[in-house]
Write a protein that binds this ligand. Structure first.
Ligand SMILES: Cc1cc2nc3c(=O)[nH]c(=O)nc-3n(C[C@H](O)[C@H](O)[C@H](O)COP(=O)(O)O)c2cc1C
Length: 258
């Protein structure tokens, strides 16, 4: 498996670079890893008839990789300019355009990606203010347009004066790096998601029916609440509350802020 790290930061030895290295260093032996420092390249958009060897080379490496690790600091509450400029220049190559100018996933479909951002903002403030949401969302939007599956996010907060990753973050990066070879192409992923969905619905229905039995003891044993429509309303309400709680929990777990 090939893992391509793309660093979109001003500093090649900054916290973002340390984080990217910590992930790639943990990728088990036998897999190929490589880091491209985007700031060191002369990246410019394609112009008709003009060769663009830098983008050609990046495109080749991106196509050859199974997993991308995109690392960019949070600048001015958004994605770093280096990463944004690179993605802007790659747009024509990342997606396919139809006759109406709408974009569709094309050759990069099914590749997996891990995204990383870092910021001065502290963990608690970031949880409340969500400073790292815009850069991560921006990366997600590009990946989604290209059909790339983003599997993990890593956020490093409180980077002011940071020389070395805190042990907890280093451990998280190592965990993600070790898990990278397990990220498979979309076909396997789709099956896994259907099985997960089935499991979730089975557990939710069981929990809902269990709660419904308990609630039935509090409701009148006869009349509307004991009939079909009463059952239906209680089931729908309980199911909705449980589903909202699970989705909320999943979104908090998925979008890490600390
Ligand atoms: C131009 C610029 C803008 C920044 N804007 C923000 C910001 O809006 N919020 C924040 O928390 N940190 C901000 N920072 C701090 C960086 O996100 C932080 O230093 C990051 O960890 C830098 O990564 P690096 O060490 O790899 O360069 C900014 C830094 C720079 C240079």
């Amino acid at each position: 498996m090939r893992v391509l790290g793309l660093l979109g930061a001003q500093r090649e030895d900054g916290v973002t670079a340390h984080t990217l290295h910590a992930v790639l260093d943990a990728v088990p032996a036998g897999n190929e890893t490589e880091i491209v420092d985007l700031a060191a390249l002369d990246i410019h958009p394609d112009r008709s008839e003009e060769p663009n060897p830098v983008l050609d080379d990046l495109e080749r490496r991106m196509l050859a990789a199974d997993v991308w690790v995109l690392a960019a600091p949070t600048y001015w509450g958004g994605l770093s300019g280096v990463m944004k400029h690179f993605l802007d220049c790659m747009r024509q190559r990342l997606v396919r355009f139809d006759h109406r100018g709408e974009t569709h996933p094309d050759r990069f479909r099914g590749i997996h990606a891990v995204t990383i951002t870092t910021c001065y903002t502290g963990a608690l403030e970031n949880t409340v203010m969500r400073v790292t949401d815009p850069p991560l969302r921006q990366l997600d939007a590009v990946l989604q347009a290209a059909g790339v599956i983003r599997t993990r996010e890593i956020v490093v907060t409180g980077t002011w004066g940071m020389r070395k990753l805190p042990a907890r973050k280093a451990a998280e990066c190592a965990r993600v790096g070790r898990a990278i070879p397990g990220m498979r192409r979309r076909d396997d992923e789709t099956m896994r998601r259907y099985i997960q969905l089935f499991g979730m619905i089975a557990v939710m229905t069981l929990a809902t029916m269990g709660l419904q039995r308990l609630l039935a003891r509090l409701l009148p044993p006869e009349g509307f609440w004991a009939g079909f429509w009463g059952d239906y309303i209680v089931f729908t309400l309980v199911f909705f509350v449980l589903l909202s709680a699970i989705l909320r929990w999943a979104s908090v777990m998925r979008h890490r802020r600390r």
